[in-house]
Design a protein around this ligand. Sequence first.
Ligand SMILES: Cc1cc2nc3c(=O)[nH]c(=O)nc-3n(C[C@H](O)[C@H](O)[C@H](O)COP(=O)(O)OP(=O)(O)OC[C@H]3O[C@@H](n4cnc5c(N)ncnc54)[C@H](O)[C@@H]3O)c2cc1C
Length: 163
Amino acid sequence: MSHGLTRREREVTDRNEIVRILDTAKFLHLGMVDGDEPYVVPMNYGYTLENDQLTFYLHGAMRGRKLDVLRRNPKICFTLECDVVPFEGDVACRYGMTYSSIMGVGTAVIVEDVAEKQQALSLLMKAQTGGDFEFSERMVSVVSVIRLEVSSFTAKHRPLPTK
Ligand SMILES: Cc1cc2nc3c(=O)[nH]c(=O)nc-3n(C[C@H](O)[C@H](O)[C@H](O)COP(=O)(O)OP(=O)(O)OC[C@H]3O[C@@H](n4cnc5c(N)ncnc54)[C@H](O)[C@@H]3O)c2cc1C
């Protein structure tokens, strides 16, 4: 079943705004399916957005639960957010938080190709720092790199309420 946003007026479709959210959030929550239980980990990312194809690159240790889970089931979901600022209201239900967020689903691929791992880590450092970094074969040989191929995503913005 396909679910659209219930608050359509809050949907973000402008590409520049989507890129701003991706550049600002810096980390995502990666959701996985570990047998019959969900498993979520926060992870820093790099990304590419080509036409409408969003791809994330993650890096980490060479072993751990996340890699074990993804080898068994590569289906993933993710959320990320920025612009998170609490605001007050005159009654309890008017308190809240501003936010800009993106969430979606896709497939994880554990990257083995050395050149792709080098490019992924450069993209990750670009997204994290704005700087250009290069990685030797030796440097990429001691980390794992995961590519998230996003099959669909939505973006949403909740502004400060007007008085
Ligand atoms: C803001 C942020 C950014 C991060 N960025 C990265 C990143 O870019 N790369 C990276 O590899 N890791 C990152 N981490 C750490 C990441 O969330 C995981 O802890 C790590 O990737 C290990 O995952 P794993 O499944 O291999 O854990 P394992 O070490 O195999 O986990 C074993 C158990 O430890 C517990 N555990 C694992 N992670 C966490 C956690 N974060 N908090 C509390 N309990 C936990 C769980 O109970 C899990 O079942 C980040 C964490 C934060 C908060």
